[in-house]
Design a protein around this ligand. Structure first.
Ligand code: PMP
Length: 344
């Protein structure tokens, strides 16, 4: 991989903004008159740590990835957008992604005026590395994979993902937003083998913290340096950094949630599969599942009338008449099942 050639020339040349908190890092100081802050209203008066070093230490313990290999952002969505802004020249470069998958990869491509090429997954939503690689050309800067995939729920076959990472001479992003719900080995643990790999994680799913907006990108320090060069100086606010650190000290709680959600998943799926309205249920490694039903639009509206909201994926490629349903609390899942049983 020729790393220099992958990065947009304007980003290679960029002198990043140097903020007050970057310039002075000594611990001994106690009078801070360098950032035009109000001296009152501590701690909210101070800009937060631009590189979130304490939080990265905590995350490192939980994720098994060194802080040097981490970028933290305002949700994974910030990291997704940064991939385009760092690597993809508008109107010139392209990216290749599986389909169906998480919609923001495509939206961010359009916002950044970058061509987005979709490669449909095979039967059973399986990744075919040959097909994906055949869609890449000399202007393909990044490949998007998502495992467990949204909205299909399945993990992509590891050997196929490994082939894409090894054979594609550019950036490969593996979005593992849902990996905590799966038994498969996460790709973030294999970073040392792959200098072109970016793995995305988030606190929005298993960690129950969608409200605080904290996403992670794990990658080689050379890629992390580019993320830090281009990001907004104070991209993760103090309240988010504090709340995330607090959550990370409560691993038993996370384990308890995961156990409950995975147990519920194992009860709910067979029950849904037996319903007359269910045509096909796709296996899932995530906290949601995709069900092909007799009439997705009608069942969606029927559930809305009862105050139950699922995601209608009827108009998504390869997902005709499919609903994507998140695993809720035992009571919520019971209510869903009861409503579906009464559907005529
Ligand atoms: N990746 C995937 C695969 C997702 O499904 C989602 C949210 N639905 C995200 C990323 C977004 O995560 P965040 O809340 O961290 O922006």
């Amino acid at each position: 991989m020729n790393f220099e050639q992958l990065v947009r020339p304007n980003i290679q040349r960029l002198t990043p903004y140097s903020c007050a908190r970057d310039e002075f890092k000594g611990k001994a100081a106690h009078v801070f008159l360098d950032a035009n802050e109000n001296p009152y209203n501590a701690p909210l008066n101070r800009y937060p740590d631009p590189l979130q070093e304490e939080l990265k230490q905590e995350l490192s313990r939980v994720k098994g990835v060194p802080p040097t290999h981490m970028f933290l952002g305002n949700g994974s969505d910030e990291a997704i957008d940064l991939v385009y802004r760092i690597f993809c020249e508008p109107k010139v470069d392209n990216v290749v992604a599986i389909a169906p998958t998480y919609g923001m990869y495509e939206v961010c491509a359009h916002i950044n005026d970058v061509e987005y090429r979709s490669v449909p997954l095979d039967e059973g939503f399986r990744l075919n590395a040959d097909k994906l690689l055949a869609a890449c050309d000399s202007k393909t800067k990044a490949v998007w994979l998502c495992s467990p995939n949204n909205p299909t729920g399945n993990c992509l076959l590891r050997s196929e993902v490994e082939r894409v990472i090894s054979e594609f001479p550019g950036i490969v992003v593996v979005d593992e937003a849902y990996s905590d719900f799966s038994q498969q080995r996460p790709f973030r643990l294999d970073l040392p083998q792959y200098p072109n790999l970016i793995v995305l994680n988030t606190m929005s799913k298993a960690w129950g913290c969608a409200a605080i907006r904290l996403g992670m990108a794990f990658a080689d320090p050379a890629i992390i340096a580019l993320f830090n060069k281009v990001k907004y100086p104070y991209n993760v606010n103090l309240l988010t950094q504090q709340q995330a650190a607090e959550m990370l000290h409560n691993l038993p709680k996370l384990q308890q949630w995961l156990t409950t959600i995975c147990t519920e998943r194992s009860h709910l799926l067979p029950a849904v599969a037996e319903l007359p309205l269910c045509r096909r249920l796709y296996p899932t490694d995530a906290n949601f599942f995709l069900a092909e039903v007799t009439d997705a639009d009608s069942i969606y509206h029927y559930l809305v009338e009862r105050g139950i909201i699922v995601r209608n994926r009827n108009r998504v490629v390869l997902c005709g008449n499919c609903l994507r349903i998140t695993i809720g609390t035992p009571q919520e899942n019971c209510e869903l099942l009861a409503a579906l049983r009464q559907y005529r």
